[in-house]
Design a protein around this ligand. Structure first.
Ligand code: PBG
Length: 367
């Protein structure tokens, strides 16, 4: 076909009409209102046609600054142990923790979160309130290993109680809210004193943020920010974590086998926003939504309701799903992981906790 061929002759009539030159200004204006937001004037594929244009119009990007690495640390362990339900992830020893933190930090990771696997459990999780306990030792070790990285302390009790719940159990067989927040305030001070840069309460107790804020302020830690697990759901996606951190429920008689009296109902979106905004009112500096992928709507809505920095936690079950699917040959792990991390950015996350944080930073560098 030559340049001068009248292409309207070979097009369907409606398309030919809309492609033809308008004959008058009035016709042009009419034509414009009919077509200005529509095909064929608008063609979305124009901005997708090559990688230079795609790169220029890209709305979101992932960087090392966005990524936080959770690390499991088991006391009394001689050698780091692979976690069956999380292929590629280890329970570190207190010594190998330092190596893991150094490695993450040298790759450009700005924050690590430490989770203890305790051998000193009791009814209330008192080891967390001991300045020589596992929590304090992990924080100290991580901080010494990479002073330039932010050490985030997950403050909770479930990894340190013999029954696996996130606080002491009362006569009614439920977690005692007000005792738990007294204890978690002490735990937060122990964590801050051990060198934690950020305190992240994950127990979903009412009033935990204000209790922690007060305790930090009166003990000389008013500069330490709180990242509240603000909307944390009673999720089945935590399965591999409970295995990894040794905090499964159901092995102690007479305590509930679920956390539904404190973690949120996965059916509830409005309640999640209320709960998160209460944490903001209590003094939280950052808010987190957890789990991640199944709760992107909550993250997005929270983004529209607060000016605080937001974090999303891509939990163990999310990592495991992608990992095992990749191992079975159904998906490419790197591709789906990067896509899912980007989805958190699109939904409004400033920070993402992921077991693939170090992988992701390496992939970003090699892009
Ligand atoms: C509780 C806690 C949990 C996770 C992080 N902190 C488990 C739970 O609430 O049962 C889950 C993280 C994951 O699944 O990756 N301190």
């Amino acid at each position: 076909m030559t340049k001068n061929t009248d292409i309207s002759a070979i097009l369907p009539q409606t398309l030919a009409d809309s492609l033809s030159e308008p004959k008058s200004h009035a016709e042009m204006m009419k034509h414009k209102t009919l077509t200005e937001k529509a095909f064929p004037h608008v063609r979305m594929r124009r901005l997708r046609q090559n990688s230079a244009i795609r790169d220029m119009v890209r709305e979101n990007a992932l960087s090392a600054n966005d990524l936080i690495l959770p690390i499991f640390v088991e006391e009394e362990l001689k050698e780091r142990q692979p976690i069956k339900s999380l292929p590629g992830i280890y329970r570190e020893t207190e010594t190998s923790l330092a190596t893991a933190v150094k490695e993450a930090s040298s790759e450009g990771i700005r924050g690590v979160m430490v989770f203890g696997v305790s051998h000193n459990k009791d009814h209330i999780g008192s080891d967390t309130m001991n300045p020589n306990g596992l929590l304090a030792r992990m924080i100290d070790r991580a901080k010494q290993a990479a002073p330039e990285a932010a050490v985030i302390a997950d403050v909770c009790f479930c990894e340190y109680t013999d029954h696996g719940h996130c606080g002491p159990i009362n006569e009614l067989g439920d977690v005692d809210n007000d005792k738990t927040i007294e204890n978690v305030a002490m735990q937060a001070v122990v964590a801050a004193e051990a060198g934690a840069d950020i305190i992240a309460p994950s127990g979903m107790m009412d009033g935990q943020v204000s209790a922690i804020r007060h305790a930090l302020d009166v003990t000389g830690h008013s500069h330490v920010p709180i990242m509240a697990y603000a909307a944390k759901f009673a999720s089945n996606f935590y399965g591999p974590f409970r295995d990894a951190a040794g905090c499964s429920l159901g092995h102690v008689h007479n305590v509930p086998t679920h956390r539904k009296t404190y973690q949120m109902d996965p059916a509830n979106g409005r309640e999640a926003i209320r709960d998160a905004l209460m944490d903001e009112q209590e003094g939280a500096d950052m808010l987190m939504v957890k789990p991640g992928m199944a709760y992107l709507d909550v993250l997005k809505e929270l983004r529209q309701n607060t000016e605080l920095p937001l974090a999303a936690y891509q939990v163990s079950g999310e990592y495991a799903m992608m990992k095992f699917a990749a191992e079975a040959g159904a998906l490419d792990f790197q591709d789906v992981m990067m896509e899912s991390l980007l989805a958190f950015k699109r939904a409004g996350a400033d920070m993402i906790l992921s077991y693939s944080s170090v992988d992701a930073v390496r992939w970003i560098k090699n892009q």
